[in-house]
Design a protein around this ligand. Structure first.
Ligand code: URA
Length: 189
């Protein structure tokens, strides 16, 4: 395991563990405050993220920023955001299990360095891999699970909210629960 974020980022930028390295424009390592105690994990970079090298910068990202802002969080100040996959799958298809197997080491190392108190899984792909293979966003969103001392919660992916705005109220409730949990744990933001 690498012990510093700069070493980890540097190594990740050179990654050629899977075929996605052939088609990527940029490795999307993550963004935010490396000392934050709250980590958000999405699925994989899309087109805009691949071009800009930063997670959640498209329409969905703007929506995520609104939810974050609603509970006083800023992506650069109080949290860190990364994805299950660091490179864009062509045509934004779902990540393949083998790609996630290759890529998850980067995330494990990130968690080792950051030691976040809370991990928020943004969407099904992250929640099923990190919380439980049976995780159903519609049923299990907003519930905190204690995994080896880290609290983990899954919520809606912003792309799902853009497709079905009726889910926005449920997502807001999840963020309000997150706000309560941040206060309960005494996390300073
Ligand atoms: N969707 C994700 O899950 N992550 C991104 O970075 C962009 C879109």
């Amino acid at each position: 395991m690498l012990e510093s974020m700069s070493e980890l980022r540097e190594a990740c930028m050179q990654c050629r563990k899977c075929a996605l390295c052939e088609t990527r424009t940029n490795v999307v390592f993550g963004v935010g405050n490396e000392k934050a105690e709250i980590l958000f994990i999405g699925e994989a970079p899309g087109e805009n993220e691949d071009l800009q090298g930063e997670p959640f910068v498209g329409r969905g990202g703007k929506l995520l920023d609104l939810y974050l802002g609603g509970i006083g969080l800023d992506r650069k100040e109080n949290i860190y955001i990364a994805n299950m996959l660091k490179c864009r799958p062509p045509q934004n298809r779902d990540p393949k299990p083998g790609e996630m197997d290759e890529c998850i080491g980067w995330l494990r190392n990130l968690v080792h360095i950051m030691k976040p108190k809370i991990i928020v899984c943004v969407g099904r792909i992250a929640a099923q891999r990190l919380i439980s293979p049976d995780f159903r966003v519609t049923k299990d969103h907003g519930v905190f699970y204690n995994k080896n001392g880290t609290l983990m919660m899954g919520t809606f992916h912003p792309a799902a909210l853009l497709r079905d705005p009726r889910k926005k109220g449920d997502c807001l409730e999840d963020f309000l629960k997150l706000q309560d949990k941040i206060k309960e744990l005494g996390i300073s933001i």
